[in-house]
Design a protein around this ligand. Sequence first.
Ligand SMILES: Nc1ncnc2c1ncn2[C@@H]1O[C@H](COP(=O)(O)OP(=O)(O)OP(=O)(O)O)[C@@H](O)[C@H]1O
Ligand SMILES: [Mg+2]
Length: 370
Amino acid sequence: MHCHYEKIRNEKMRNMENPFKFGTIVEEEYFTDRVNEVAYIKQFLKSANHLVLISPRRFGKSSVVAKAVKESKRKHITVNLQQTTSVSDLSAKLLREFFKVHPMGRVRHLIKHFRVIPTVSSNPMTGSIDVSFQPGVDGAVLLEDVLTLIEKAHSEKDRMIVVLDEFQEIRDIAPKLDKQLRSIMQEQKHINYVLLGSQESMMTDIFENKKSPFYHFGELMRLGKLPREDFHRYLSERLMVVFPDIYEMLSKRILDYTGCHPYYSQQLAANVWQVGILHLDSEDPMDEAIDHIVKSHGLDYERLWMNLNRTNRWIMQRLAAAKPLQSGEYRTSTVYSALKRLQKDGFVIYTDRYELEDPFFKQWILSEME
Ligand SMILES: Nc1ncnc2c1ncn2[C@@H]1O[C@H](COP(=O)(O)OP(=O)(O)OP(=O)(O)O)[C@@H](O)[C@H]1O
Ligand SMILES: [Mg+2]
């Protein structure tokens, strides 16, 4: 009887979809908490100000902004600068997103003012719209025309929200682009800009360096890790089905291991869940999952490690083993500047203390030290 029940349960489980998601923007059932942050962003966008959101990589910036913007029910467009190859491409992408919100027929009179007429074609199969500009035209002109169009199509009472994700890329797309963009934005009153990017990148420099055109451009908001209690509930609810006896303990161990990092917690939980489905008799699903992840990234970790210099390796090992950095082995100034560098490169993050960004890389380092 017991056996029969077990069999049905196993079969049922194998057909279930993994309830955890890591990598891209999460919404709906994959999104948890951030209640205060979403409320704050929504409220903030009711003002005439711009918002800058910074956090370490994969903390959930894109997700939290997408949710807040969607819930605001306002007209909005999002462009990811990481996928943008030139100023002309950025202008075309902005315009394409704009047409998704404003049917072209209604704004045709505004496009007449464009100094360079865009080629707009629609794909009748997918219904999607393609926008391009003829090559060789001055990108600055295109960008100004597109942003002016957005401004003209809106009003102070009905501002558009323009989200620029991975904003730090602005400095790589074209020289002086930050300056051009800033001077266009300066004149605008009908747009709320939301600019996001990761802490390790140039973001802080762009908004906090007095010499940068974006110095004090908007309100600076920082995103932390997810609150433990909510995340614990989120994991527990989903692990319960597979591990009816130990799901609470597993959730706790996952969060201890990842320190509540949104991405790594979801990644580990997804793997623990998977182990539970495939090896029901596993002795320790958590260890097995960690082992699997560390092994599958082994080659990357090795390559990364080879490219680090000795001081950096030493610091990474000390952080991995939770040992103090002030041991007299290296000068304080050397340690400090190496830490800054490691932070910029994304290996180390600073929350309430310095820690390794990737708990699985940390595991790899520890196992190599043995
Ligand atoms: N509110 C949330 N609830 C649950 N999981 C989340 C949440 N926010 C982020 N995550 C997890 O973190 C992952 C990364 O989220 P997201 O892409 O929004 O972060 P990001 O900060 O924009 O990352 P990047 O630095 O790569 O741009 C998600 O795929 C998900 O696994
Ligand atoms: Mg993102």
